[in-house]
Each structure stands twice: as C-alpha cells, then as structure tokens.
Design a protein. Sequence first.
Length: 277
Amino acid sequence: MSGRNYYALVAGLKEYALDADTKGFDARAIVGAILDEVSDSDAREVRLLYGYYDCENLAALRAGRKPRNPLGNLAPDELEEERRHPVRLPRRVADVVRAYGDPEGEEAEERDMNVRFEAALFEAYYAECARSSSRFLREWSLFDRNLRNIAAAVGARAAGRATDEAVVGGGDVAAQLRRSSAADFGLRGELPCVDAVIAAVNEEANLLEKEHKLDLIRWNEAVELASFDYFDINAVLSYLVRVNIVARWTRLSERTGREMFARLLDGLDGKELINKQ
C-alpha cells in the first residue's frame, strides 16, 4: 500500500463532484483532476482501476461492436492501435490481445485458445489487479469478479445453460459456481453478499432495477473496504468506484443518476473525514 496521504485532495473530493455536476456529470474530468494530484505509482493504480473499461471496449471491438464505455483509459483510435500492437495495456492483458490477434503465434501456444477472448481478457485483468500495490484495488477486484460471476452463473442457470462459460477465472468461488447445484452455490458462509446478488438477479424482472440493486451492493462494498482509509490512495480509489457508478446511472436513468449523485455527496464531507482521524 502507498504510504502517501492526500489530505487536500480527499477533503476536496466533494468539490470535484459538484464542479463536474454543474457542467453535466463528467467522470473523466474528475479522474483527470485526480491523476494530476497523485504520485506516479498511485496514478498507475488509478489507471489499472479504469483498465476494466478498456477490456470492455476491446471485447466490443473484437465482437464487431462499437466501443461504448467512455470511462476507459484509451480513446477509440488508441484502442484500435492497441489491438494491433499492445504496448499501453497491463502486461497480462496485452499478452491475451497478442495471443488472440495471432492464433498461430508464440503467445497463443502458451494458453488455451478454446477460452472465449472476453473471458481470457477479464481473467488477465483481474490477475493484474490481484498484484496491485493497493490493498483496496486487490480486495475490490476480487469482490467485483465474484459478484459478476455469481450474477452470470445465476443468469445461466435460469436460462438452462451450463455455468462454465459464464464464470471468469479460477479459485474456490469460481469452482463452486461451476460445480455446485445448491441454490446459493454453497457460498453463503463464504460470501456475505451472495444472497443479495442471487435475489437481485432472480427476483427482479426489470433489467434496470436489477442493475440498480447490484450497483448498490457494489457501492456499499466500496465504502466498507476503505472505511479505515481516510486520505490515502485506497480512499481515492473507493471514491472513484462510486464516481463510476454515478456516471453509469447518469447515462442510464436521470432519476437514479441524481439519487446516486446525492449519495456520493453525502459521503464526502471533508470536515467529517478530518475529524475521524
């Protein structure tokens, strides 16, 4: 974990959000302002957090779709260049891009090319996060992968499909999701969020409401994981996870976007943060 503290930056996060909102909520502007303030090593952790969206956009490009997520580090023309010659992507992600770009090449020989490109890409991304210097990013990425895998496995089961292809990566949780026939995949004692995730997927027919419930689970976990981190990079990354959720809902639903924005501001009182120390 980085030992550097960002007292002025964290105390001013509410102002960043308010400024962005007056111009139309612009998550990229907030990220850019934060990158200007943090150390080079912490900036790498911020960019790794946003690498998830680069992976989303790369998967879309390979599938012949237009990249849709504006939160990635790479602009559309940069994504195209990275597909051909990956130099800016995290190493493990770049290895996947090279392997699938040249199935007869050396990179491809070292991996199972029967795995879907998207699954291999995100497995590589989460492997990068697992080696992050930020405790928050390590724990957050594990939580996020588990949540997405549970939701995907529940959806596959409901559709009568095998869960194997829906689940990304390895580990105990992924193995349970692939092999268990229990309603909770045998994970209730291991993952506190499993019941809430399963309920959100199974009980909510409205897609937006389902996603809203899942994002509330994410939001609460992001707060919890940094509950004792007040001014370091973990606090900044926790804030950015919530900024990303606000940005998503600003695009999907104006009403829910405003609710999420209000929630973000409620948790960003600089004086309260200082008094906690």
